[in-house]
Design a protein around this ligand. Structure first.
Ligand SMILES: Cc1ncc(COP(=O)(O)O)c(C=O)c1O
Length: 406
């Protein structure tokens, strides 16, 4: 996508605006498939949480993707987008047995990540095929909030608890068809994946009826020009070879599953916001935009660095800016960032705005959530309208007149 297209979309649909480039999503999907082309049975389950607009789900469905979901609502979105239940994988954490039962009844593959639910579920439904989420205790991931494999993590069943796990499976005679792990996001070093894979292979040997191994996700994507990223091609080469060898050892051709979010949609996303005010203080120059952490929380939440460009005046002299939002608290997108000279009314473009951006947006400060546009075949398709005052009021119930007037 080019800056001129983005500017035109900001003009047409207003700001702030999320734009997603369909071609980039498709090329990332193809890149991952190609990297693992030596594995006969490969399945890519897109992690819905990253960006859950149903048009994006439909786009990925067309490519042959399955879905990775973490809540019953994400399952419902997937079904609504036209996915067969068998193409949906459900990996909840800390949800009730009732929710898991409801999802099971929909025909979706469930993944259980604690011994308590495993025992209850296995006792009640011994014949339902179940996947188990293992925590391999591999410390990986960009920062503590997105690293989920460590010893204090709430995710998965500790690999050290395997003897207890196996006992539950034997006692209930439940049907374990898959083993899963996901150690975190933004993992750069492919050795981490390969090391964790060995732990998964070892764990897998305890179960005789496996159909698949799910290696989760966590691939690091580049955030700016020349940034480092997970070497997918190298990982594909090494892990495929090891996976195929494991299948021979196991005596059955298993399916290899990945569930990428960021890898598929992060770089495809652009967040466009207009500069309301340029404010010079004694220490800095603020560029205040018509948005805030209510629309894009990652910089405040994770300290993530989204590259920012002034697409209205890309060739101007570069100056240092602190880019801030309009929320009533510290609301900083970037500090001391070199950006070409900003004038009020300019459109700033935030890169890597596809994953965990709109999906984490809120109505804080009673602001409307932005519109979303899919850039496909050279045109911008509106895939979500900007919210209105009616959306803010929806579900709210005013006090009855008798009470309100007392
Ligand atoms: C279980 C699980 N699978 C997949 C993902 C997707 O990870 P990523 O966006 O890094 O690809 C996540 C992210 O939190 C996850 O928790």
């Amino acid at each position: 996508m080019q800056s001129k297209d983005l500017l035109q979309l900001a003009e047409q649909f207003g700001s702030p605006l999320y734009v997603y480039d369909a071609e980039k999503i498709q090329s990332q999907y193809n890149r991952l498939s190609k990297a693992f082309s030596k594995v006969n049975k490969l399945r890519i389950n897109y992690a819905v949480k990253a960006l859950s607009n149903i048009a994006i789900l439909q786009l990925l469905k067309e490519m042959g993707s399955g879905l990775d979901t973490v809540s019953i609502q994400e399952v419902l979105l997937g079904l609504h987008a036209g996915y067969e239940p068998e193409k949906i994988f459900y990996t909840p954490n800390g949800v009730s047995l009732e929710e898991i039962e409801e999802v099971t009844a929909m025909g979706v593959q469930i993944n259980i990540d604690n011994l308590s639910i495993l025992e209850q579920f296995g006792t009640k439904y011994p014949s339902v095929p179940v996947c188990i989420r293992i925590n391999p205790h591999v410390m990986a991931g960009g920062n503590a909030n997105i690293s989920v494999g460590h010893i204090d993590s709430k995710f998965g069943i500790s690999v050290h608890q395997l003897p207890h796990l196996v006992r539950i499976v034997e006692n209930t005679k439940m049907n374990i068809v898959g083993i899963h792990m996901h150690t975190g996001s933004d993992i750069l070093d492919i050795e981490v994946f390969l090391y964790a894979a060995e732990i998964l292979f070892d764990a897998a040997k305890n179960f005789k009826n496996l159909e698949f191994l799910d290696f989760g996700s966590g691939f690091k994507v580049p955030y700016k020009k020349d940034d480092i990223e997970t070497d997918i091609e190298e990982l594909g080469k090494k892990l495929s070879k090891r996976f195929n060898a494991f299948c021979v050892e196991y005596g059955k051709e298993l399916t290899l599953i990945f569930e990428p979010g960021k890898f598929l949609v992060s770089e495809a996303g652009f967040f466009l916001a207009k500069v309301n005010v340029v404010k010079q203080t004694t220490s800095t120059v603020f560029a205040g935009i018509d948005s805030g952490f209510n629309h894009l929380i990652r910089p405040m939440f994770y300290g993530s660095q989204h590259h920012i460009e002034n697409i209205s005046h890309p060739k101007g002299k570069e100056r240092f800016y602190s880019v801030v939002g309009y929320i009533c608290e510290t609301d900083t997108f970037a500090n001391n960032r070199r950006i070409s000279e900003i004038k009020e009314g300019d459109i700033l473009c935030f890169r890597n705005a596809g994953a965990y951006c709109f999906s984490m947006a809120s109505n804080y400060n009673s602001r409307y959530k932005p519109a979303e546009v899919l850039w496909i075949n050279g045109e911008g398709l509106l895939i979500r309208t900007r919210e209105t005052f009616e959306d803010l009021l929806k579900n709210q119930i005013p006090l009855p007149v008798t009470i309100a007037t007392v």
